[in-house]
Design a protein. Structure first.
Length: 235
């Protein structure tokens, strides 16, 4: 098991006189977007958003847009104040881990859910501008997530469609994954649309039961080929 991304958040204790949150160590690779880091930040939000007051959702969405635009953020937000000093605060750590091609979240449930969500949002806001915008879009997608916090969420946050599982290689570099799925691993990194369509049709014949392939797993293999084509040529 290897940690692919990590977010440390410092939280004030439940009965502390002031409500505070601070950011700690962050390992959030987000290039190519959303990367393991963007998926982790979205996962943290999706995990804890159901536990906050629904009336806070509008302020949370507004906060993501302020951070995305690089604006100065008024405090407190979601009833907690952001600070730099971590003295007197308790550290919690969330991770996205990989075991072979499988991905999974490891969440630390200590601290208030608002603190976890704010930590994820502020960490996204600290990213470079070219990475901040797509990751904030991931966080807003996570706010409205209503399903289980597992492989389906990872695939959705990664931008995969049609029920494609979010494997480690696919999330880490979707274009590379798509190229390999369609047989371009040793060819040009910029195949033409015609070449993509050609390889798609060839691979489709290889995996389709109508052409003698195994029925078991055929639907998933076909869906992966279709998703790989979409990634490379946008349809």
């Amino acid at each position: 098991m290897v940690a692919l991304s990590e977010l440390e958040i410092f939280c004030s204790r439940p009965h502390a006189p002031t409500r505070r949150v601070a950011l700690g160590v962050r390992s959030l690779p987000c290039d190519p977007s959303p990367g393991y880091g963007g998926v982790l930040l979205g996962g943290v939000v999706a995990r804890f958003v159901a536990d906050i007051d629904p009336e806070m959702i509008a302020d949370l969405e507004a906060l993501t847009r302020e951070l995305e635009a690089g604006k100065r953020v008024s405090q407190p937000r979601l009833r907690f104040r952001l600070q730099v000093d971590t003295v007197g605060l308790t550290a919690v750590t969330h991770r996205l881990v990989g075991n072979g091609e499988s991905l999974a979240f490891e969440f630390d449930d200590h601290g208030a859910p608002e603190q976890q969500i704010l930590g994820a949002a502020y960490a996204a806001g600290a990213l470079a501008p070219q990475l901040r915008r797509p990751v904030m879009a991931i966080i807003r997608r996570a706010i409205s997530w209503g399903g289980p916090v597992g492989p389906e969420l990872i695939a959705s946050l990664s931008g995969f469609r049609g029920g494609i599982a979010g494997s480690r290689s696919a999330v880490g570099d979707p274009v590379k994954w798509a190229l390999e799925r369609l047989g371009f691993a040793r060819e040009s990194l910029s195949p033409s649309s015609r070449d993509v369509q050609r390889n798609y049709r060839e691979r489709l014949r290889e995996v389709h039961p109508d052409h003698g392939a195994e029925v078991a797993g055929a639907a998933q293999r076909i869906a992966e080929l279709s998703e790989a084509r979409r990634i490379l040529i946008g349809r």
